[in-house]
Design a protein around this ligand. Sequence first.
Ligand SMILES: Cc1cc2nc3c(=O)[nH]c(=O)nc-3n(C[C@H](O)[C@H](O)[C@H](O)COP(=O)(O)OP(=O)(O)OC[C@H]3O[C@@H](n4cnc5c(N)ncnc54)[C@H](O)[C@@H]3O)c2cc1C
Length: 114
Amino acid sequence: MDHPHIIIGGGTYGCFTALRLAERFGGDRVLVVEQEADLMRRASYNNQARVHGGYHYPRSVLTALRSRVNAPRFLSEFAEAIHSDFQQIYAVSRRQSNVTAGQFEHFCRRIGSQ
Ligand SMILES: Cc1cc2nc3c(=O)[nH]c(=O)nc-3n(C[C@H](O)[C@H](O)[C@H](O)COP(=O)(O)OP(=O)(O)OC[C@H]3O[C@@H](n4cnc5c(N)ncnc54)[C@H](O)[C@@H]3O)c2cc1C
């Protein structure tokens, strides 16, 4: 069988790319090569499952803005995988944090989240 589209790694990105390619070229034209016994076993499984809306990156405004721009698309495309029936709280440690509460507040204003 001819496999013109070969993807190395079956994590989130590899699987998503494979699905998109399969939609376009047909499933028999796409091959995902994964070193583990199953798909989605590495970072795509071992993460904290937060949908990033920008708040997580107070030391990178660019990353925060990219997250804010892309979050609505992610929320729309993966709506069935998202839980939102709980309260979300961002807290800044008073001690030993790389960001103070004041800096975090300033950052939130810069990315338009306040
Ligand atoms: C601790 C932690 C917490 C995180 N928390 C969040 C979060 O809250 N929210 C968020 O949005 N993101 C979070 N992330 C980031 C997110 O998990 C990753 O950005 C995302 O899963 C990356 O997907 P991936 O497909 O690139 O990588 P992976 O899921 O790691 O997939 C790569 C795959 O490639 C395979 N592979 C590698 N080399 C080869 C090879 N030579 N041959 C065959 N297969 C190979 C691996 O086995 C693996 O299955 C977190 C990450 C970590 C590590």
